[in-house]
Design a protein around this ligand. Sequence first.
Ligand SMILES: C[S@@+](CC[C@H](N)C(=O)[O-])C[C@H]1O[C@@H](n2cnc3c(N)ncnc32)[C@H](O)[C@@H]1O
Length: 278
Amino acid sequence: MSKGKKVKINKVKESPSTLTLFPEVEAGKVPDVTQEDEKPPLETTTLWDYPRQSYGKTPKGNNKFQGVTPAFLIWNLIQRYTEPGDLVVDPMAGSGTTVDVCKEEGREVKGFDIAPQHPEVIQNDARNIPLPDESVDLVFIDSPYGDNVSYSDSPDCIGRISCEDEGFYLELEKVAREVYRILKPGKVMGWLIGDQWVKKNFTPVGFKLYERLTKYFETVDLICVARRGQSSHTGVWHYRAKKFNFYLRGFKYLFIMRKPAPVTGKKTKPKVKWAKYK
Ligand SMILES: C[S@@+](CC[C@H](N)C(=O)[O-])C[C@H]1O[C@@H](n2cnc3c(N)ncnc32)[C@H](O)[C@@H]1O
């Protein structure tokens, strides 16, 4: 198809929630919008729910890659916390969703992974990122949640360690320290992670990681991202969840955290006279 040729978006067929994401399309009010122009909605609440992995005409990442990140999510982070030309880094970039989203939005981007699945993602261990201190404007990371997915045969894949093992959090903390080192002060990182329920044993992976992240970063906000397209979201698993009285994982956490900026030394007037309450 020649560049610039307008293509009408068909009424979205997938699910009712797809329609609510694009109400103007549903209402038929934007007949001349091109697929190239399609952009995600800018999120305004702490509940993000995406019926598809990607948007627009060109793919972002590989939606066949197990564990691929919703492109909508990365788009939202870079709209809020970066400017065009800023450098975004993904130390566990897998199939390159961050790379593809950032390039389309005019951000500089570097993606690394222990087992790259995208031509522009560079092979590297996230515990040692080859970038100078305080050189990055935003980090996004969608790490393994434990050993539930086999990403590669690499012995350095953190996704080979069970999240029931404290060693898993020790390794993720090494990644967190690198993220802290490369981020400019005052800049933001987003870390996506989910909990585990396996063989009647719940592991609060998100809380355990969050506790470690708070050693380095201050919290901007905590987002709940609906888990869709999961291999366990089938009739048989829903049946088992009811019959054996457990829950399927329905969401992931997106921790939005900031590397603290240095204190300027400017004294601010205390708003409350604490002496009053002594
Ligand atoms: C959930 S996937 C990331 C998906 C990616 N955001 C995408 O959209 O394709 C987690 C990734 O972490 C990578 N990984 C695991 N251990 C790593 C390590 N030590 N250093 C760098 N990457 C690692 C895996 O190879 C896998 O690609």
